[in-house]
Design a protein around this ligand. Structure first.
Ligand SMILES: [Zn+2]
Length: 233
């Protein structure tokens, strides 16, 4: 090979590295993968959408490192130290989490770039890591939104707040409706109820008797009292 050809090849190789960045692996199908470690936690951020807003990506990464260690400390010290977030155009709902992997629909973040605490809710599912059949799904989702309400970095900016009570609701509605009910129980009946509930779910000790044991009331009695006076003081 001539010297000129070698120089040209080196130049092409260098240009390719410069365009892709040293720490950012871009394959031909535009998937980028960043691995970030901080204070004992590692986040692998895989982006399968080349049009995904980089500032939203950075906000999601920052939110992870702000929120996740707090959630682990408060709820489950044995939670995973390594988490994967995938921006996945093939995922059509908002977001979902299983086995340490969070999948987020880029279209949702495109339309709601301020809804950064999707991360706060989703990574709480990793902390929860409830076994199969631990208990009803409304408890799982109610706790994740309770934690989002407590720890969220910018719920207001994401246009997110607890749903006010109305007569059409049930505690089984999950998410914000259930989260508000949990806060009300903690204020009126039992401090730290959610921590106990979370632990009971993770250790497979939850059953319907949980509510009566902790508050003296069944969950239906609690909901009736909540419906009669749902004010959060
Ligand atoms: Zn959820």
């Amino acid at each position: 090979m001539s010297t000129v050809a070698t120089v040209v090849l080196l130049l092409i190789a260098y240009t390719s590295i410069a365009q892709n960045g040293w720490n950012n692996v871009n394959s031909k199908d535009n998937v980028s993968k960043d691995t970030i470690s901080e204070k004992g936690y590692t986040l692998v951020f895989i982006n399968k959408d080349s049009t995904f807003d980089k500032s939203v990506q950075q906000n999601m990464i920052n939110t992870f490192f702000t929120i996740y260690p707090k959630e682990v400390k408060e709820y489950n010290c044995n939670s995973l130290k390594k988490v994967i977030i995938i921006i996945d155009p093939d995922y059509k709902d908002v977001a979902a989490t299983a086995d340490g992997i969070v999948r987020v629909n880029p279209q949702w973040m495109h339309k709601h770039p301020g809804d950064i605490d999707v991360v706060t809710h989703e990574v709480m599912h990793i902390v929860q890591s409830y076994p199969d059949n631990a208990g009803p799904g409304w408890i799982t989702e109610g706790i994740a939104d309770y934690v989002r309400n407590e720890f969220g970095v910018d719920n207001a900016g994401g246009g997110w707040k607890l749903t006010d009570y109305n007569i059409h609701q049930s505690y089984r509605d999950a998410y914000r409706v259930t989260a508000r009910f949990f806060i009300w129980i903690e204020k009126n009946y039992k401090k730290n109820l959610v921590k106990k509930l979370d632990k009971a779910m993770r250790t497979n000790e939850y059953n319907e008797g949980f509510w009566e044991k902790e508050t003296g009331q069944t969950v239906d009695q609690l909901w009736k009292a909540y419906a009669a006076n749902p004010v959060l003081r």
